[in-house]
Design a protein around this ligand. Sequence first.
Ligand SMILES: [Zn+2]
Length: 184
Amino acid sequence: MSPATPDDLRFLGGYPTSTLDQVRDLIAQGKLGDYLARRYPERHAVRNDGALYDHAMALKQRYLRNAPLLAKVVYDNRLQIDQRALGTLTAVSRVQGGQLKAKREIRVAALFKDAPAEMLQMIVVHELAHLKVRDHDKAFYALCEHMLADYHQIEFDTRLYLTWRARAALEAAPAPPAIGDPNA
Ligand SMILES: [Zn+2]
């Protein structure tokens, strides 16, 4: 494999330089895919929106019984993972019977349909935690870890997974033709 470029590491913004150096080494040695396959050998079976809703509701029922209702949990192929939105929680407010009601929806980037089980769970846990805590603060991550013990490691590995996918897609594609001078 060719060495990592800064663009390859775009999913890993915010991690320490020493960590990024280790990632560069893994990439340079062509071992990133092996690392991920060894740690996450199993794909999940949550293949459609119905199964995803059930998956999220089971977690909510277990850990966040008193959190607000969820109207919808779906895969969304419009989420732009390059903007780091792996999932979203939105509340659409509307008037119903003279009252303002918020319909809460979780959307999960569609690429997680075909991903290791732990990574899908990490995204779902993250968005569920936002039902209770809005910001990414200590309380928020404590709640994430309560629902998924290895939360931080899995989030990091998910970013490695995105890195690996992006590189695999690039290497599979023919080199784009050079068009003009990019600096022109
Ligand atoms: Zn968040």
